[in-house]
Design a protein around this ligand. Structure first.
Ligand SMILES: Cc1cc2nc3c(=O)[nH]c(=O)nc-3n(C[C@H](O)[C@H](O)[C@H](O)COP(=O)(O)O)c2cc1C
Length: 223
């Protein structure tokens, strides 16, 4: 299994979130996976310009790292998304990347991949950030297997406590296991099917404007 870990923090892989993400990835590695990490420190993936090119032609014309990272995800079997809690949400750095996935979302083009989310915060409220990241995965086609988080204000020093480390390792192992066994929990299947139906209707409605996406749907799925 090939996994890509993406961390949306200006503190990159050495920050709190990056370090927790690495624990997940190393546990997956012990189960036979290989991994690569990508930092989103800001500026390497710019905000969406709403030009519509992705819907019409299938790529983003902005000259930054986005298309390259998208291609890396397409070549991977697993995706770990990691973000600090910035004002009860994901960081702007990760959100810029998510917004740029608008065309991916219309096609649910990451279908078949498995994912996990990682959050750290100063004071808490990580669950809602993780839920949002997991929802993003579902609408891109990725099956999320779970989340891990850490409240840094409750931790003294640089080491994560044993319980959080164990949660991270369990998540890494689950990511590999669920991908190997193609596990699809009924609630995730339901949410994914519902969103796919919504995108199917959207494609029919916008077929004249969004030629690339319409053709993709005709070729890959029923319209
Ligand atoms: C702009 C900004 C906003 C933040 N907002 C919150 C917040 O709303 N709640 C919280 O508990 N921590 C908040 N934090 C703290 C970070 O989530 C926390 O320090 C996190 O572990 C940083 O991860 P990193 O080292 O990977 O960047 C914020 C930090 C920054 C810089």
């Amino acid at each position: 299994m090939k996994i890509i870990g993406i961390v949306g923090s200006p503190r990159k892989i050495k920050g709190n979130t990056g370090r927790l993400m690495l624990e997940v990835l190393k546990a997956a590695e012990k189960e036979g996976a290989t991994f690569e990490t990508v930092d989103l420190p800001g500026g390497t993936v710019l905000p969406c310009k709403a030009c519509d090119t992705c819907h019409q032609k299938g790529f983003c014309p902005q000259k930054d790292d986005f298309e390259n990272i998208k291609a890396k995800i397409m070549e991977s079997d697993g995706v770990v998304l990691a973000s600090p809690n910035y004002i009860f949400s994901v960081s702007a750095q990760l959100k810029a990347f998510m917004d740029r996935c608008c065309g991916v979302i219309h096609r649910m083009a990451f279908e078949g991949k498995y994912g996990a989310s990682v959050v750290t915060s100063g004071g808490g409220d990580e669950a809602q950030v993780a839920d949002f990241m997991n929802h993003f995965m579902i609408i891109t086609g990725i099956i999320p297997v779970g989340s891990v988080w850490a409240t840094m204000g409750k931790i003294s020093g640089d080491e994560f406590p044993a319980e959080i480390l164990e949660n991270a390792k369990t998540l890494g192992r689950k990511l590999v296991h669920d991908w190997q066994n193609r596990i699809l929990p009924p609630d995730i299947e339901h949410r994914r099917t519902r969103f796919m139906e919504r995108m199917r209707r959207l494609m029919i409605y916008r077929k004249d404007e969004w030629a690339f996406e319409y053709e993709y749907w005709k070729k890959m799925r029923k319209l």
